[in-house]
Every structure is written in C-alpha cells, then in structure tokens.
Design a protein around this ligand. Structure first.
Ligand code: TYD
Ligand code: MG
Length: 468
C-alpha cells in the first residue's frame, strides 16, 4: 500500500484540508490546523449503485409518539434538555476546563440514579481516578447514590462494558481523553475524538442508552475542541460562566428534542452546583440606587424572561485609538451601536474609552439588548442616571430606527413582578394593554435619547462627567 499523504484538520471545527495553513478557511480561527494521519483515504472507485438494496420510503403523515423522557429532578437541567433526557439520545456538554462540567454531570448522574428508571447510570472518567470522584461525591453529599463508576480511557473496553451493562444513562468525561485503538493518531486528535464520538453515538442509538459526552473547549494546541463533534450529537449544551463569578449558565445551542437557546442558571457553591430558580433577582442583586451608566435590560433567554443590568463606563482616553472593552456582549455589536449613536444621534465617542459590562457574568446575544446598551452608553457619557425602576429593550437598525421586539408581554410581566415601574420599548412591538408599568414606545434612537436625556444635539458634545 502506498504511504498515505498527510492530511490536515482544524481542531476547532474539524474541517479537513489538503494543505497546512495558518488560518482555517472554514471557521476563520488562526493556528488551529494540525496534521492528522488517522483519517481514512477516500474511496478509490465509484460506489456501484446498482448493487444496493432499495430503501423503504415513507410519508410525513404518521403520528409519532413524543419520545419518553427521564427527568433528573434538577429543574434547570431538565428544562435545558427540553423537558428531560431522551433515551437513545447523544448529548454533548462543552465548556472551559474547570468551569464545573464534571461537578454538574456527577450531580446529574446521581439525580438520574435516584430517579431510578432502568439500570443505574454509568459514569466513566478518563481524567480523574475513582478515588477522586468518590471524594467529590462525598463533598457533594452524593455518596449513597447508586452510580456505577469507572476510570478508563480505552474505548473498546468501555463499549464492551456498556454493551454488557446497558445503563439508562452513560456519562463520558471527557471525549478528548478517549482512545480508540483502531485509529492511528493520539488521544485528543480530531480523528480520535471523532471516532470515539461516532462509536458512542452509535451505541446510544443501537441500545437506547442516553449518552452524555463532556468536551473541553480548547484555546489552542493539539487537542480537538467540542465543535468537532457537534454535528454528530442530538443536543449540544455549553456550560459558561466567568471564572471570578459563582454563576454558571447551561445553554442549549442545538437540540433535536427541544428549543435551542434555552438556559439553566446555577450557582457554584462549596457543596456543588445549586439551582437558581429566579435568575433575574440574582443578576440584579448587586444593583444599588440609580447611577449613570447602569440600565436594566428586559431580555428573553430561550423561553424565559431574564432581567439583567447593563453597565457602561466612559472616560477620556490617553490612547491614540480609544479602548473598547466588552464583557458579556459582542464587540462588533458595540462598534455598531457606537457608530449609530455618533452618526444618527450626534452623540460622539471619539477620544473616549468605552467599557461595557453585562453584570453577573452573563453573556447576552439577543439583538433586543441594543437599546439598553445605547442607553447605558449615553447615560455614562452624559453623567445622567436613568430611573432605577426602568427597564429598556429594543433592537437598533443602522438607520437609527428601533425594530419591534417579540415577547414584549413576557418581558414586561417579569419586570412588573420584580417591582419595576416603567419601560421603554420600540414602537410597533406587540405589548399588553395593561402591564402594570408606565409604558413609553419610541420609533427611533434619537427620539429615545431626547426623551431620556433631553433635547437632541446637532453637535457631538465633548463634555464628559468630571470635566467641569
Ligand atoms: P469541575 O467540575 O472539575 O470542572 P470541569 O470538569 O469543567 O473541568 O469543577 C472544578 C471547579 O469547581 C474547581 O475549581 C472547584 C469548583 N468546585 C466548587 O467550587 N465547589 C464544589 O463543590 C466542587 C465539586 C467544585
Ligand atoms: Mg472535569
């Protein structure tokens, strides 16, 4: 057999390339392409379609029963899964190392074990020794849960065990440590991670076990990231959070059995992850009296309304190119909002450093946050505080117009529940007649700024708070 030509694969997205390059064309990430020998060579000849077996074709009208689901009893987790874990499904839980994936899944395994349907869950760790996991379980108060543990990385042995035991749930922590002996490359390479995920997902489909795979998000280097297997699994969840904060968000980014973009909120405590049933109160808990630069955004995460505080700070810059620092929001989106403020509303930020922060370590991707961000920026720049009991939502278009927003009713209900008294929303949004809040609707950003901060300016004001 002729020597196989080297192949290259991106460890971020798994795209394969014939040549090495510094940047992956498929996902745009730099320095992520590595040589990958284990991929099978392409077919030499055509398939010969005449020799296949005809496939049975059916129509769409057959009513399929809803898949039965197993509830863990951890409500935040069950909701993110779309109402419980579906048998024979494959779930990927991705996240940064140390964020709490193993803790969450050990707690979930215990919860499934105690819910007690079918043979007890199996938890396979390729990263920690059984003794370490037992210590963690003791700390979490889970020592009595009927989980079956294994510390193993050999995929062949793991699959043999799973075939024999047929657990209701199998947790593999992590997919990057698994080693399939039929693939030539090192554990953690794109080929190994793919092969291991493929074997485990086929096992799930074949035997009806729900398989949960842990995947570490890798910053760089030779280890394949979880994105490499996203397309193979039914559900992709990411566990996020800022290191310094105790809040953790479990977010579904893909779900064949439920809504995507659903979130579950947890708090990392000394005794493991605690559910946060009412996240709005939590994310607003640090908020004091009204202050310039602080605005509350009435958002929707998945199916759930969530109030969060947007904080902005604007200060004179000593740099040639002023700083634009963002935590929890999109950098490009901030640039857009700043540009709209400058060209459509006459509120300039040239020569000013801008810091934007979503409180509590939450990441927001909803376009409806635009208006709250713009309000926080202008409020910080002018040194004028908005009322503390005001919520704001609306998407800003490049023309400076505000686009109507969906689910206005849920947003306002949550705000009223938490004692807010007023709201700004884009004109044209479907809003309830009586929300209990003093409603103001505005058609464009300039109109909003005039209502909140006084008459529109034709000239950009260069004054900043503290300038005298
Ligand atoms: P871990 O679940 O090991 O993270 P991952 O599997 O995503 O790498 O979580 C590790 C962190 O969680 C560690 O820094 C300690 C912290 N932790 C707590 O604060 N409380 C606890 O009860 C546990 C078990 C962990
Ligand atoms: Mg871990």
């Amino acid at each position: 057999m002729a020597a196989r030509a080297p192949r290259y694969a991106c460890v971020e997205c798994g795209a394969t390339h014939a040549k090495w390059s510094g940047r992956c064309d498929a996902c745009g990430v730099w320095n992520s392409i590595v040589e990958d020998a284990g991929l099978a060579p392409g077919p030499a000849k055509s398939l010969g379609a005449a020799r296949g077996r005809p496939v049975v074709l059916s129509d769409l009208s057959h009513a399929e029963p809803e898949p039965p689901r197993t509830l863990s009893g951890i409500a935040e987790l069950d909701r993110v899964l779309g109402g419980g874990l579906v048998p024979a499904s494959a779930v990927l839980v991705g996240g940064d190392p140390g964020i709490g994936k193993s803790t969450l899944l050990l707690q979930a395994a215990a919860a499934f074990a105690r819910a007690g349907r079918g043979p007890a869950p199996i938890y396979v760790s390729g990263e920690e020794a059984s003794a370490q996991i037992r210590m963690r379980a003791a700390r979490l108060g889970l020592s009595d849960a009927p989980i079956r543990l294994a510390a193993e990385t050999n995929l062949r042995d793991i699959l043999t065990t799973l075939e024999a035991e047929r657990p209701s749930v199998a947790i593999i922590d992590s997919i990057q440590t698994m080693w399939a002996d039929h693939v030539e490359s090192a554990p953690g390479s794109v080929a190994q991670v793919r092969a291991a995920a493929h074997e485990l997902v086929s096992f799930a489909k074949r035997r009806g076990t729900a398989v949960i795979l842990v995947g570490h998000v890798t910053k760089e280097g030779q280890i394949a990231g979880p994105r490499v297997v996203e397309h193979m699994v039914d559900t992709v969840l990411y566990f996020e959070g800022e290191r310094g904060h105790q809040f953790r968000i479990l977010r579904s980014v893909k779900n064949r059995f439920g809504p995507a973009d659903e979130i579950g909120v947890f708090e990392m405590t000394g005794a493991g992850l605690a559910e946060v049933a009412n996240p709005s109160t939590l994310f607003l808990s640090e908020r004091g009296a009204a202050s310039p630069g602080s605005v509350v955004f009435a958002g929707i995460e998945g199916t759930r309304p969530l109030l969060v505080e947007v904080q902005a700070l604007v200060a004179p810059s000593v740099l040639g190119t002023p700083r634009r620092a963002v935590v929890g929001w999109d950098q490009g989106r901030l640039a857009t909002v700043l540009a709209v403020l400058e060209s459509r509303c006459g509120v300039g930020f040239a020569g000013l450093d801008v810091y934007l922060n979503i409180a509590g370590g939450l990441r927001i991707s909803e376009p409806a946050a635009d208006l709250a961000v713009a309000a926080a920026l202008v409020s910080a720049r002018e040194g004028i505080a908005l009322p503390a009991d005001l919520v704001v939502f609306g998407e800003i278009s490049l023309s400076g117009a505000l686009r109507p927003i969906a689910q206005g009713e849920a947003r306002l209900r949550e705000a009223a529940k938490l004692g807010f008294g007023g709201a700004y929303a884009p004109k044209g949004s479907k809003l309830p007649a009586a929300s209990g809040l003093a409603m103001e609707t505005v058609a464009n950003l300039a109109g909003f700024i005039e209502k909140c901060f006084g008459p529109a300016r034709s000239e950009p004001v260069k004054r900043v708070p503290g300038d005298g």
